[in-house]
Design a binder for this molecule. Structure first.
Ligand SMILES: NC(=O)c1ccc[n+]([C@@H]2O[C@H](COP(=O)([O-])OP(=O)(O)OC[C@H]3O[C@@H](n4cnc5c(N)ncnc54)[C@H](O)[C@@H]3O)[C@@H](O)[C@H]2O)c1
Length: 386
């Protein structure tokens, strides 16, 4: 069977996510392995076209990775009928208008999250896509993490009995930029540039929760800016206007309570940069990016509260690691492959723009909850656990 090649316009490839996860670890990895095998014996091959603002950087990347085409002219690139897919990893504030142009040009669209800066803007993107037959998708990378794949397997296998609660801890210390250079781009700490913890991470938490445990029905959150001044890439001081931490309680359909702390001003004292503890009547698990530890009820100790007696039990040692029984590939690549196969088959991608809007609804509700100091109910959303 002949190979089918998809020419993919990749915008924002000079950025952190665009370069490392999407270009290098996904599209180039697929290309360099000869494409994705198709059921008919052929292969789905990809041909990236690099887009951005800085010609020098694009030319250098193209040369480095043997990529034939690059351009600083989005409109001209979108006019290329041979390119059928547009990918967006721009800063969030630039995303909506670029995606709308891509849809108008008849391209299938895959994008980083969040799909826009507000629910209304996200809905505009959904509406534009729904007027076409084009396939649309938004990054749901956390679902493809080995730790969360193991967790989903435990849920599907009935390990937990009735799930009661989820406790998530996400975060690490992001340097301010004066003492040591910051390890994340400065726009993340300015609301006016599309930054903020709630906008960044509630977009993830929404799809993680709805795909593993059930849709979020209500949120109570407190978003704060712990570090009010930072230093940017050029060493200039700036006011950090965006929230850099958010402490939230999410009430899920079916009565599960999920509590998630997200912070760029916390020092890590856990095994991984994100961990979710799930407690159920028959067992508990702690899942991270890679690992997942379990404690079934048969192995649950019976601690007795007595502050006069020093702790003798090794509580952490009482958990067992779920083995790596399958080969896990990079999560971004795994979703790219699914998206490309969906485009090839002409079917909808399950993690679509509408899911992106549900993420933005949670962002909006979280920020309102924090600003108004109250619990906010979410509009009923038809997506359930699949
Ligand atoms: N899925 C994830 O886990 C994850 C993690 C981090 C970031 N993100 C998302 O990825 C996107 C990019 O984040 P990043 O950390 O790679 O940022 P980055 O600053 O490293 O990259 C941003 C890209 O946008 C381009 N850009 C900046 N301003 C622009 C403008 N005015 N016009 C056109 N292009 C512009 C830059 O040149 C660069 O290519 C964001 O939307 C962010 O929310 C996702």
């Amino acid at each position: 069977m002949p190979d089918t090649t998809y020419r993919v316009l990749m915008n924002g490839v000079t950025g952190r996510m665009g370069y490392r996860q999407h270009l290098l670890r996904s599209i180039l990895a697929i290309r360099d392995e000869g494409g994705i095998p198709l059921p008919d014996g052929g292969r789905l091959q990809v041909e990236p076209v690099l887009l951005g603002r800085n010609a020098q950087k694009l030319e250098r990347l193209a040369e480095l990775h043997q990529i034939a085409d690059w351009s600083t002219d989005l409109d001209a690139a979108l006019a290329d009928d041979a390119a059928t897919i547009y990918f967006d990893a721009l800063v969030t504030s630039e995303r909506k208008k670029a995606i709308l142009k891509a849809i108008a040009a008849g391209k299938h669209v895959f994008t980083e999250k969040p799909i826009a800066e507000s629910v209304a803007e996200g809905q505009e993107v959904v509406d534009a896509a729904q007027r076409t037959e084009l396939v649309n998708g938004v990054v749901h990378d956390k679902l493809f993490l080995p730790g969360l794949i193991k967790l989903k397997r435990l849920i599907d296998g009935g390990f937990f009995g009735r799930i009661l609660s989820v406790r998530g801890e996400f975060g690490y210390w992001v340097f301010e930029g004066d003492y040591l250079p910051a390890q994340r781009p400065s726009w993340n700490y300015r609301t006016e540039d599309g930054g903020g913890m709630v906008l960044d991470m509630f977009s993830h938490w929404n799809y993680v929760l709805e795909n593993l445990f059930g849709p979020v029905e209500a949120v109570t959150a407190k978003a704060v800016t712990h570090i009010a001044e930072r230093w940017d890439e050029q060493g200039r001081r700036y006011d950090a206007t965006a929230d850099d931490a958010a402490y939230a309680i999410f009430e899920l359909a079916g009565g599960i309570i999920a509590q998630v702390n997200s912070s760029w001003a916390v020092r890590v004292n856990r095994n991984e940069l994100v961990e979710f503890q799930v407690d159920g009547t028959h067992g508990s698990a702690v899942a991270g990016l890679f690992g997942c530890r379990i404690q079934p009820r048969e192995r649950t100790p019976m601690p007795v509260w007595n502050p006069d007696v020093p702790t003798t039990e090794d509580f952490r040692g009482q958990w067992a690691e779920v083995p790596d029984n399958q080969a896990f590939r990079n999560g971004f690549r795994a979703q790219w492959e699914q998206f490309l196969l969906d485009v090839h088959a002409g079917r909808a991608h399950p993690y679509d723009f509408a899911a992106g809007v549900r993420g933005l609804q949670l962002v909006d509700a979280g920020l309102r909850s924090s600003a108004e100091g109250r619990r906010i109910e979410l509009p009923s959303r038809d997506h359930g656990v699949s």
